[in-house]
Each structure stands twice: as C-alpha cells, then as structure tokens.
Ligand binder design. Structure first.
Ligand code: NIG
Ligand code: FE
Length: 412
C-alpha cells in the first residue's frame, strides 16, 4: 500500500483553501477556489503539498497518478444519515404512488415504526453486514465522512445496538464517522409518549453515554412526533451527558424546531422545508448550521428549503443526504448536488461548498476535512475525465468518480 501519493496533471484541484476556513456563508458560498493544471501530494495520510504543475518540486512518491482531464475534490462530508437500518421500504413507496397518505401508511404499520420493528428483529451482526454494504456504497460515491443516527431501535437495547453498529462502521472502514442518538424519533406503539420520553431521558441517554456511543443528540421536532418543549427537554439532558444537539426541524410543518435549535445552541438544524423569514432571521449570527436534505424533499414531494433567500440573507447552508429507508433511500451526494442546483437554484459552486466545508463544520470536522488544505486528512476523490465542475450536477444520477483516496490510502 502506497504511503506517499503524487497526483499530477490535475485539470482542476477543487476547493483549495490556503488558509483554514471553518465554513462559508452568504455571497462567499459562490466562491469555490479551483487550481487548474495542478499537482497534489499526499503523505502519511495527509495533504502535504499542492500547486501548479509548472512549479512541481522534485517529490518522491510510492504511487504517481496521472489525472489528465480529471478533477480532484475533497471527499464529501455527509452530515445527516440514518445509515443503520434493517430493511428497505419500497412497499410504502408504491402505496404512496397509489395515493396513500402518511397516516394511512402508518396505520398499516408503516413509517418509522415499521423500520423499528424490523431493526428490533435483526441481530447486531446482520445489521452490521447490511450497514457495511451501504458504507462501501457511499465510499464509492465520494463520501469520506458521515454522521449516523440511531432512532429505529426505540428501546434501550436496540438503540444501543444501532449505535454500536455505527461505531463499528467508523472502526472497520476508512470513513470518518460521527454518531447521533435519536431515541426521540417516534413513540413506539403501546406506550404513552410521556412514558417513552421518561425512558429516553432516564434510561437511554445515560446508557448511551456510559458506552460513549454518541457524539450528538437529535430529536424529530415535528407535529405528531415531539413538540418544542419535549425536544428541548431531551436535548438539554443529552447536553448534560456530553452530547451536543442537532435537530430534525421544520420538515413537515413550522414546528418550532429552528427556535429550539437556536435556543439550545444546536450544531445544526436539518430539513427546513417549512421555514419563513422569522426562522431565517433567528439563525443569523448563531453557530447553528442550517442544513437542507434535498433528497428527502424530492422523495416526499415537499417544498424545498428557501436556499436562495437564506444565502441572500447571509446564512451558510449545508446539504446532506438523509440516507434512510423511508424518505431518502440514497446516500449519493452527487445527486444532492443536482437537486441543490435544480430544485434550490444553487450554483454548482455553492452546492459544492454546501457538501464539503459546510457539512464538515456541522460535524465539527472542518479543521481536518472539507477542503484541500495543507495538513488536512487526505480524503479526496478523482473524477472521470469531465469537461467542468458544473458537469457533475448536470450529469444527473450518474457516477462521475473514478478513484477514491481516504485517509491517504487508495480505496479499491
Ligand atoms: O429524516 N424525519 C424523520 N426521520 C427521517 C426518516 C423517517 C423515516 O424513516 O420515514 C428523515 O426523513
Ligand atoms: Fe433524518
């Protein structure tokens, strides 16, 4: 295995940031620095040097890659997924096509509770095997770091099982993994919400913390799921146990999720299909990263977050996949770029910033990932020969990535 890798004749080295930035916001999102006719030098897992080909110093490398006609990107950082699940839900997809509503599907045992039932029946090994396949799938699609949530367990033992699987993905693949406890995703059947919340607060959070299984805590703040007050209560308990908040906010209604997120100093508020000017103003000047999940909006035929307005108001915007069996059965970040451009009217440059440096910031990883910067972890991908950066979102639904390097190693 090569330790030092030199990539030469790069048509465009994308997202080169000489100076460390933690995120980009507002009009700065339109700026995506690209170095043309470049080289990139990777040693001991890090980006050690880059520059123009005509200034290539004599460098020794175990492996030299000729990237003529190809672009090199920092790997995508996917800051919101539910990668651990036991079964897909295409039967609900078909029911929806035929006109069934969310409530009708839920009444027939569908939705989050359907996923919970199947996950409860699966062993940790089975779950790991399935999740591992998805992990390799997203690696091939250009993702180098991923956040993984629990929330399909809904019992102490099954939430722990999910988070252990998520941690194993971090240990057994080259992906950088951050984990999030989402016990408050739905109320299991046969138990009162107040009793379930008590379980989340008194049993699940301490148990998750005892095994150090979660970096973050999340709540599905939504009508019919968890209210603003309930969200705040869960999140504040999580904070006491060292888990910083990130919140499922404003997906189906103006749920108040953004308000709770800002109040509790959440790292991110995710979804945002239903936000107005009030939420946008509230997010200004905070440390809370607004995050759009355009595949979920697309899959459920929802309105898309008002990205243009948010950017015009000076906010940063991150974009993640929300990979899950119910509302976004894909972790393809190249597709997120297309949806961002087509459905949210973002430019390719803005969209690429949203899936690299801004998602890295949302996961507290922007010191090590999210851009081509000396000293950062060498998580990159090399495209096929393509005409331009804009070609990636333009070439909808296609794989344009040829090689992946994670933590300085070529991934087969
Ligand atoms: O982010 N919104 C809530 N939770 C997930 C998936 C829900 C599901 O499994 O149906 C989401 O869309
Ligand atoms: Fe989600």
């Amino acid at each position: 295995m090569a330790n030092d890798i030199l990539i030469i004749h790069i048509k465009g080295l994308v997202q080169v940031r000489e100076n460390q930035v933690s995120y980009v916001a507002g009009s700065a999102m339109a700026n995506l620095p690209v170095l043309s006719d470049a080289y990139l030098y990777i040693s001991d897992g890090r980006i050690t040097d880059y520059g123009k080909m005509d200034q290539l110093p004599p460098l020794s490398a175990d492996e030299v890659i000729d990237a003529t006609g190809r672009f090199v990107f920092p790997s995508f950082v996917d800051s919101h997924t539910h990668l651990v699940f036991a079964a897909t839900r295409e039967e609900e997809f078909v029911m929806k096509i035929k006109g069934a509503s969310y409530a009708e599907i839920a009444a027939k045992g569908g939705g989050i509770l359907n996923s919970a039932k199947k996950l409860q029946q699966a062993s940790e090994d089975e779950l790991l095997e399935k999740t591992m396949e998805r992990a390799h799938e997203i690696i091939r699609l250009g993702t180098g770091a991923v956040e993984i949530k629990s929330g399909y367990g809904l019992t102490v033992k099954d939430e722990l099982k999910m988070l252990r699987v998520a941690r194993k993905i971090g240990a057994q693949t080259p992906l950088t993994v951050k984990t999030t406890f989402l016990g408050a995703h739905a109320v299991p059947s046969g138990i009162k919400k107040a009793d379930y919340l008590k379980q989340v607060i008194d049993e699940m959070i301490p148990a998750v913390a005892a095994e150090k299984l979660a970096d973050y805590i999340d709540v599905f703040c939504e009508e019919g799921f968890f209210s603003m007050d309930e969200t705040e209560q869960v999140v504040e308990t999580g904070k006491k146990f060292g888990m910083k908040p990130r919140i499922h906010a404003n997906q189906l209604h103006r749920s108040g999720g953004v308000q709770v997120g800002v109040k509790t100093n959440a790292l991110s508020v995710d979804h945002l299909e239903n936000i107005g000017n009030e939420e946008i103003q509230l997010l200004k000047g905070t440390h809370t990263m607004p995050t759009a999940l355009p595949a979920a909006a697309f899959f459920l035929n929802l309105l898309f977050p008002p990205a243009r307005k948010m950017i015009e108001e000076g906010l940063p915007l991150a974009i993640a996949s929300d990979y899950n069996p119910g509302s976004s059965p894909t972790g393809n970040m190249q597709l997120m770029l297309s949806l961002a451009c087509i459905k949210m009217k973002m430019t390719p440059e803005e969209a690429i910033n949203a899936v690299t440096i801004n998602t890295a910031c949302a996961l507290e990883l922007s010191e090590s990932l999210g851009s081509i910067t000396r000293g950062k972890t060498a998580n990159i991908f090399i495209t096929q020969p393509i005409p331009s950066v804009a070609y990636i979102p333009y070439h909808i639904g296609n794989q344009v990535i040829e090689h992946v390097i994670l933590k300085g190693r070529i991934v087969d």
